[in-house]
Design a binder for this molecule. Sequence first.
Ligand SMILES: Cc1cc2nc3c(=O)[nH]c(=O)nc-3n(C[C@H](O)[C@H](O)[C@H](O)COP(=O)(O)OP(=O)(O)OC[C@H]3O[C@@H](n4cnc5c(N)ncnc54)[C@H](O)[C@@H]3O)c2cc1C
Length: 386
Amino acid sequence: MKPLDLFALDRLASAEDLAIRDTVRSFVSDRIRPEIADWFEAGQFPVRELARELGRLGVLGMHLEGYGCAGTSATGYGLACLELEAGDSGLRSLVSVQGSLAMYALYAFGSEEHKQHWLPALAAGEAIGCFGLTEPDCGSDPAGMRTVAKRDGTDWVLSGTKMWITNGSVADVAIVWARSDEGIRGFVVPTDTPGFSAPTIARKLSLRASVTSELVLDDVRLPADAVLPGAAGLSGPLSCLNEARFGIVFGALGAARDSLECAIGYAQDREIFAKPLAAFQLTQAKFADMTLELGKGVLLALHLGRLKDEGCLTADQVSLGKLNSVREALAIVRECRTILGAAGITGEYPIMRHSANLESVLTYEGTSEVHQLVIGRAVTGHSAFR
Ligand SMILES: Cc1cc2nc3c(=O)[nH]c(=O)nc-3n(C[C@H](O)[C@H](O)[C@H](O)COP(=O)(O)OP(=O)(O)OC[C@H]3O[C@@H](n4cnc5c(N)ncnc54)[C@H](O)[C@@H]3O)c2cc1C
């Protein structure tokens, strides 16, 4: 029996959502698992090829309707994220940034022309998108952004620097958030626009199978219609982050599940003091506690998925899920690593890779501290952000 089987979770998802889960699980098994350790070690992976394959799989912007998107339930999207991240958090990040950040921003706030032009290509993986909100001097507090958009006649001219941008140097289109006379606005920036460059950030020890870049905007001139007409102020980018966080609520638990299954398998085979490591009480206590936390995490994720499908999921509730899933997933993968002993630190097993990846997942899309502050504000009525 696998740990999650104990919870009979399949009863909580529709047949369609379970079919999505199984399809993505097979893709990860056949296409990602045989290669991922090498991609991670090399810090390189075939991102364009994978984007097209993920497009054919139907997972890019899968919960959006029309424009070549699959129009699945939110729960189906969450389960897909869980399976992708059981392969690697980098793979799930590619899908999250494409679908929940770049595509969602266009879908929710773009003009009909923006949607027609970009969404079908992004859904098919023929084009890659990125989302530039964070800057070198402001991450958790995006209101402090320094990137500016100034009017010049009817054109817009963007200048500034964005930092830690997933998919940045491989993107065809960047959604860039900038300060203007009209407040914070979002811009659709084709990455071949003069003045735009995206140097890749090197020497990452986490999410090595994911592209992370700086975005440099050196007087990037854009036509009047480059602005996203439906987004004014920070609520625009924050609602996109909320979409991506929802995927992480499920996704991080995939990395935990993969690590736990690996550790259980290892402990069955490893003989210590003349019996299997899995037969010791101390080891079983670890497995019992991890199974419980994993199952509780998935139950919460499925509940949030249902709320989202009913159209009543709040941002505070997403914070509950993001904080819980990533924090518990990290605790689980670290405990799993102890079960493998020295073998656990190598790339022969997925656990250390998941552990390194989850350090990024803990930080992006709102750090754990930021989500604690959100939940703290909800239950006390006091904002402690400043
Ligand atoms: C691999 C990776 C990919 C990323 N991809 C993207 C992307 O595609 N697009 C994008 O825009 N951004 C992206 N990010 C950036 C990410 O969203 C930010 O790193 C994150 O928001 C945190 O910002 P920061 O790193 O500047 O940390 P800071 O905001 O400087 O935070 C530093 C520490 O201070 C804590 N802190 C912050 N505020 C408070 C407070 N009020 N009280 C107490 N403690 C506080 C934080 O929790 C953290 O522990 C990515 C990051 C990584 C690592």
